[in-house]
Design a protein around this ligand. Sequence first.
Ligand code: IVH
Length: 665
Amino acid sequence: MNVQERIAWLRSELHRHNHNYYVLNAPEITDREFDELMYELQRLEKEHPEFHDENSPTMRVGSDLNKNFVQVAHRYPMLSLGNTYSEAEVTEFYNRVKGLLNEDFDICCELKYDGTSISLTYEEGRLMRAVTRGDGEKGDDVTDNVKTIRSIPLVLHGDYPRVFEIRGEILMPWESFERLNREREAREEPLFANPRNAASGTLKSQNSSVVASRKLDAYLYYLLGEELPCDGHYENLQAASSWGLKVSEHARKVHSLQEVFDYISYWDTERKNLPVATDGIVLKVNSLRQQKNLGYTAKSPRWAIAYKFQAEQALTRLNKVTYQVGRTGVVTPVANLDPVQLSGTVVRRASLHNADIIQSLDLHVGDMVYVEKGGEIIPKITGVDTSARSMLMGEKVSFITRCPECGSKLIRYEGEAAHYCPNETACPPQIKGKIEHFISRKAMNIDGLGPETVDMFFQAGLIKDTADLYRLQAIDIRGLERMGDKSAINIVHGIAESRQIPFERVLYALGIRFVGETVAKKLAKAFFDIDNLMATDVDALVAVDEIGEKIAQSIVTYFNNPANVALVNRLKAAGLQFTLSEEKQGGYSNKLEGMSIVISGVFTRHSRDEYKELIEKHGGKNVGSISSKTSFVLAGANMGPAKLEKARKLGIRIMDEEEFLTLIS
Ligand code: IVH
């Protein structure tokens, strides 16, 4: 990969992780891994200004904008902090400040609260507005929701400035988080991965009574305004506390690097006793005058830095390894551990991922193992304390060869780490898993049915596959455990309603390996109905945009299995939608009628040619160069600087892929 390709790759990865983190609330990588990618991109962009891109992930601090809230511009942008992970980097920060200021200075040490940030505006002592960080320039107005948080005062007391902003972190305390997840588990709703996601998810709720019921908390740590009482940040926080605002009691003003390290090492362990999650320490030059002198880089202040704690580890005993079979037959090894406290929760089980990992850890039963939780809910085993092994070492863990549920011989596909149970149609967890997937919200979305009910119907011998659902009658299920007449009728009604679910979702609901929601949509659009799809081959499949060899192979394999064909035929007979609706078959509007559109840059969702085709199909015209007649520019990554400049000059709108696709959808 050359530098330009590396930059493009980093940008697209960072965009994706930003979206996972800020929009979907489902990060795939740790903050540290994210920061490393970001640093590399920052470095390469600095070394190669010729690849400058106005839309690079380095140009923004992240976005959690949500369409349903009113957006408000921040009076002062909400910046983020530079992250450090080692004492050496902290020393570097301290010495840099020392060199730049060339005078005595104090540092305010604070805990870095791991929640979601908020900016509160108070006028005449009353809370006027609460706004999320958004993209740093503008955020969502979540005032109504924030007003339900008891620790945020609606009215102040004492000698407060007439107008000011105070920023802080909204948190869900561990206790509320665990209770919420227990409740969600009981209702068969997806769990929140960590209190941060739970807090930000809650804050974005459209229903403020939900927010009120979830018991959020907040700590405030940064005052902004023209008439603050003191030059000292720490002193201002104390003043804010006297007005009734909740600031952390753990902030300390210190005068030396040694004291900074003492603070860090104290909280590295002591933070485990706090009621809320923290992920590091924030160091701030205390004097506002000195802060002003130090100033800002493009994204963060030079007067502050965050030191992030290492992911927390615990050492505990491995008692045995059990195996779980998922809906697609993947067999996951699970470590069963002596219960141990880790980042505020008790851990009893951890994922061992696959046979290669077990092999590389050289795992033995009875080993003392290191468990880590990297911001995710499922902890993992990261190492073995071999020095703790005695002469009576336990048996070496070796991956099973037969399915623990149905006894079939496991298989491993070439190039894959996972083992599979091939008994798709008769292995109980696979059957149940397939039905659970089928009824899930994004698939057939059947009201009143959840994993527990599916399990009960399966145990009672009422269903053996998804098609059996459509034969259920209220009379069959009422009288089962906790199943009254009303619930029975509801379920049967919910199942009947699902006959209207469109083809693309039915296709997704079938649970073909590698066919997620997006792929299902593409397939439905390309093949129109199930018969075409069943009759197709790998070559025709890979000709469809975004369908690769692996997906194509999986689809062909699925329909080569007579049991799957029989199932589809029964679902068809039950009245499910197996043809794309006529509107979608047409699928094109005249929304771009009369428009001249310039395409520029590199895209991720469709190729350039496909965009050209889309523009034409929706009534627009694709033109080569920007002029005053251009309606808008459809811009991908790395749009040429000259084009950008020209569009700016002429005041022509620049639209990214997502906006464009929304426009024509
Ligand atoms: S000060 C310009 N202090 O960490 C500096 N931030 O990447 C403003 N955070 O967005 C932030 N605890 O959400 C500050 N004691 C603390 C903090 C803190 C947590 C969060 C905040 C910010 C992010 C920085």
